[in-house]
Design a protein around this ligand. Structure first.
Ligand code: ASP
Length: 349
């Protein structure tokens, strides 16, 4: 809150279409400049909030995002944590779901909203989706419940009309405005005439623990996507990688793999080398159940752990996070079967 009792929001522009402003005369796309931005979005003033901005120098297309950029975003949030009531991160859509997932692990016990948004069309384009996404994200980041607590103290993505838990999202549309989905977890809020929050599904921080940012990530990870006709040489090349710490296996259906003895042997070899194997499904919706079919049981015997209904994006960033904390394989395996930031659903026994 500022001295006038207005909630304060820090807008962090990392890059991407939303912050590009089209010059209506020349059609050229210019990079983010907050003063220009306010000119194209005069509605910002009507929110009656104190909004400050922080811009990445240089701003980056999200296809160029690396874990070091996630660290930078986390640092900006942590450095300004006490000063602001909420944070809105403007980000390219391409890897937004990875960044949202990573931040959800890195910002432990977050008690303030971090809303990530972007756009398919730049601000300044007549039909831009950026304005709606921006204004609603800011409104959500500033929203308080009846006892004055933030409505959504989570890392989330707002896009089109949906607020989703960040580590449950996937980009599903390269063209349409409705570009993100959370297939395995309900939306946290829906914006229509009013913004309707689903308070039962929103995470709350532990009031007795502090906010703890983490900045170490380890990237020795690879994803093996199965397909009919997969060749032994291809798998061997992946497995031969030096410094491989974890392999995500993108399996069929409820976590199934072909019953090829060589595949089983190769995976078993990796497991005994200390590499972590995680089984996630190629399906967008639903969960891995490795005991359901013989073809899933084989992976279990090879040492793979269940990645449940985790997205590829959250499984990648969770592994980078856990490895980055310096945990051993034995410490990581149980954590992969624990929801640490609301990223997976563990079925009741
Ligand atoms: N390639 C752009 C990016 O992800 C697309 C976008 O901004 O949506 O940064």
């Amino acid at each position: 809150m500022n001295n006038n009792g207005q909630p304060s929001i820090l807008l962090i522009y990392t890059g991407g279409t939303i912050g590009m402003i089209e010059n209506p005369e020349t059609g050229a796309l210019l990079n983010f400049d907050f003063d220009q931005f306010q000119h194209y979005v005069p509605e910002l003033k009507r929110l009656h909030l104190q909004i400050h901005s922080y811009t990445f120098d240089p701003p980056i297309d999200s296809s160029d995002m690396e874990p070091k950029h996630w660290v930078k975003i986390a640092q900006v949030i942590a450095d300004n944590y006490e000063k602001y009531d909420g944070f809105v991160v403007l980000h390219g859509t391409d890897t937004m779901a990875f960044t949202a997932s990573a931040l959800s692990f890195m910002l432990e016990n977050l008690a303030k909203p971090v809303v990530i948004t972007g756009a398919q069309l730049p601000i300044g384009k007549l039909r831009t989706d950026g304005k709606e996404n921006l204004l609603t994200s800011i409104e959500i980041a500033a929203a308080r419940n009846s006892v004055g607590e933030p409505m959504v103290p989570e890392v989330c993505i707002f896009f089109e009309s949906m607020l989703m838990r960040g580590n449950r999202t996937t980009k599903i549309n390269a063209e349409g405005f409705n570009a993100f989905r959370s297939y395995n977890y309900p939306p946290l809020a829906e914006a229509g005439i009013n913004i309707k929050y689903d308070t039962l599904h929103i995470r709350r921080p532990n009031p007795d623990a502090p906010f703890r940012p983490h900045y170490s990530l380890e990237t020795g990870i690879f994803i093996l996507t199965l397909f009919p006709g997969i060749q032994k040489e291809y798998v061997e090349a992946v497995i031969g990688m030096k410094n491989l710490r974890a392999l995500i296996i993108k399996t069929y259906g409820s976590g199934n793999a072909p019953q090829k003895p060589w595949l089983f042997e190769k995976l078993k070899e990796l497991d005994s080398r200390g590499v972590i194997l995680v089984n996630i499904t190629q399906c967008s919706k639903g969960t891995v159940e490795m005991r359901r079919y013989e073809t899933g049981r084989l992976l279990l015997q090879a040492g793979a752990v269940n990645g449940y209904d985790g997205t590829m994006e959250s499984t990648v960033s969770k592994l980078m996070f856990l490895l980055g904390q310096g945990y051993s394989k034995d410490e990581i395996l149980p954590l992969l079967n624990t929801s640490i930031a609301g990223e997976i659903t563990i079925p009741e026994e």
